[in-house]
Design a protein around this ligand. Structure first.
Ligand SMILES: Nc1ncnc2c1ncn2[C@@H]1O[C@H](COP(=O)(O)OP(=O)(O)OP(=O)(O)O)[C@@H](O)[C@H]1O
Ligand SMILES: [Mg+2]
Length: 274
């Protein structure tokens, strides 16, 4: 479905990553995790067609990515909703060009709003919604277009822990029902392991992929599943060295990872801001 082949990216002299090869199957949920600045957003933006590579290519089915396309939609960290439109009109916005009748639009919008538990709020405006609700609208607005691929760059990182967990469950349900291919960038190990079939670990810049951890646990998953804890620890160990590398570069050799890491390091956002 998505084939990333020998992808390189540099901004002038700054080499972000090189020789990235990644193959994602139709319907797979794949997370990308890695230290800040390693190029996660750059990579997902190239897949979206919002940025270009300096070498290599991205293929979606048989077509090389040359720009944006309706087969892919991006959900960002902050929901960029139209403040002058209510929830249903925000979700309906992109449908005007592809639906035959207002009735068809209404049905699609109502259906997706029920799925993200926002039907009761369809007449509210963005300023009347919580952060979690706004992000749900943003996800609904993307899914309603029925793209083949959903690209998500830290979509839940601005939310509190409880809201984040609710949205994990909703996203998991939507994914199980629609079987979209999802590429998901996060700093949160627990989130990556809970949601994904595979967690791709990127190394410190100039980096690339250093590991591809398969999470073979059936869905729907619960955060308390002990199989997930084991995988979280595995991802943590692999990521630790990369985060240490950057911390030492920026904070000096005296930096001690164990001393500077809180006990619940996996659930917490790791490497954010380093
Ligand atoms: N438009 C740009 N021009 C120059 N350098 C850029 C540009 N965009 C990103 N960079 C640099 O490329 C590197 C990778 O950035 P990117 O945003 O992809 O990292 P990231 O892994 O998403 O980080 P974070 O986890 O903090 O979001 C960084 O060093 C960044 O400073
Ligand atoms: Mg980023």
């Amino acid at each position: 479905m998505i084939e990333i082949k020998n992808l390189n990216k540099a901004y002038g002299n700054l080499e972000v990553f090189k020789a990235i090869d990644l193959s994602i199957k139709e319907g797979e949920f794949v997370s990308i995790i890695g230290p800040s600045g390693c190029g996660k957003s750059t990579l997902i933006n190239i897949v979206a067609g919002l940025d270009s590579s300096t070498g290599g290519k991205v293929m979606i089915e048989e077509n090389e990515v040359k720009g944006t396309n309706t087969d892919r939609v991006m959900v960002f960290q902050s929901a960029a909703l139209f403040p002058w439109l209510n929830v249903q009109d925000n979700v309906a916005f992109g449908l005007k060009n592809i639906c035959k009748s207002p009735q068809e639009i209404k049905e699609k919008v109502n259906d997706i709003l029920k799925k993200v538990h926002l039907y009761k709020f369809k007449d509210k405006y963005p300023h009347q919604l919580s952060g979690g609700m706004k992000q749900r609208v943003s996800i609904a607005r993307s899914i309603v277009m029925d793209p083949k691929i959903l690209l998500m760059d830290e979509p839940f990182s601005a939310l509190d822990e409880q809201t984040r967990m609710l949205l994990h469950n909703e996203l998991q349900e939507i994914w199980m029902e629609t079987k979209k291919t999802i590429l998901f960038v996060t700093h949160n190990i627990r989130e990556a392991v809970k949601l994904s079939d595979r967690v791709i670990i990127m190394g410190a810049r100039p980096g690339g992929i250093i590991d591809d951890v398969k999470i073979q646990v059936s869905h729907p998953r619960k955060s308390t599943d002990s199989n997930l804890f084991y995988k979280e620890e595995m991802v943590f160990k692999k990521l630790k060295g990369e985060i240490e590398k950057i911390a030492r570069e920026e904070l000096g050799d005296a930096y001690n990872f164990e001393e500077n890491t809180v006990s619940d390091r996996i659930g917490n956002t790791m490497g954010d801001g380093i």
